[in-house]
Design a protein around this ligand. Sequence first.
Ligand SMILES: [Zn+2]
Length: 78
Amino acid sequence: MNTGVIATKVCKACRQEKPLGEFYVQVRPGLRDATMTVCKECHRERVKRATAERKKKSRLSWRASHSTTSVRSVRCKR
Ligand SMILES: [Zn+2]
């Protein structure tokens, strides 16, 4: 059975036309087009990069706040 037109959307990140099934659906009241503007693949990449970035930042800030205050804990006595 051929249903004819498949709804597609152009991803804002990779500029590729993909079927709507390749996009995540946002649940937000009042939003007519509930699908996200970036495809699942690009969204996953974004999330991965964002978490890596956040981890890097938090590690840096942790080091900054601990390097001056807890010098003693670094030297471990046996
Ligand atoms: Zn994409």
